[in-house]
Design a protein around this ligand. Structure first.
Ligand SMILES: [Zn+2]
Length: 219
């Protein structure tokens, strides 16, 4: 059992216990038990039928009135539980607001220095280039200042630059996630061989991308 399921059940069980008769208290808070419990509860509501079949259609008048309400309640609680699980899943896959990791599988051919605050990563033309952070594409196209085909991804104070590209499958305004393919490397612009030129800018200032190459983890 996962921690997610367990904590979700623990949150929902008190609400269930408020309305129930001790069966919930006897139950362990294991994941999925509350659904089983509610199913049993609904079944018990429909059990006192006049002919003893226990089917809903044959149930006593009181149970006939009550059972649909219980079914609705059960459906709502299950929906609530699923939302909680989804919400926690999203928390687990937290946004990556800071550049991290390598944008391409390539060989470092020029590190960052005063005249080149960026990294050059040699790779054959057409190698996939992945965004190093979640963000929004703010530039995607040709650049005349030497970058050639260029993609810029922005997130808060960070901008990441991917240059000399051969192909650009993303568009300006598009939201991208860390690890998503945003381009294919090339040899366009002021480039003397197939490679990716990778920049990280913080508040508009170029910084050495090297410290950002380690993989990101939440917390
Ligand atoms: Zn470069």
């Amino acid at each position: 059992m996962t921690g997610i399921t367990s904590s979700t059940s623990l949150r929902l069980l008190p609400a269930l216990q408020n309305g129930e008769n001790g069966a919930a208290n006897a139950s362990s808070p294991a994941g999925g038990d509350f659904q089983t419990l509610l199913t049993a509860l609904v079944m018990s509501m429909s059990m006192p039928s006049t002919d003893g079949t226990g089917s809903l259609g044959q149930a006593s008048p009181a149970a006939s009135l009550f059972a649909p309400v219980m079914y609705t309640l059960m459906e709502k609680l299950i929906a609530l539980q699923m939302q909680s699980v989804e919400a926690e899943s999203q928390t687990a896959a937290a946004p990556q607001p800071v550049p991290a990791g390598m944008p391409i599988q390539g060989r470092l051919t020029q590190s960052s220095h005063a005249g080149h605050v960026a990294l050059d990563l040699a790779a054959p033309v057409g190698t996939p280039v992945t965004s190093t952070m979640d963000g929004r594409v703010v530039y995607a196209g040709w650049n005349n200042q030497g970058y050639g085909n260029l993609v810029i991804v922005e997130n808060g104070p960070y901008k990441t630059y991917y240059a000399h590209l051969s192909e650009i499958p993303v568009q300006v305004g598009q939201t991208v996630q860390a690890g998503q393919v945003i381009a294919y490397s090339g040899n366009t612009g002021n480039s003397t061989g197939p490679h990716l030129h990778y920049e990280v800018r913080v508040n508009g200032q170029r910084v050495d991308p090297s410290p950002y190459l380690q993989s990101w983890s939440p917390g």
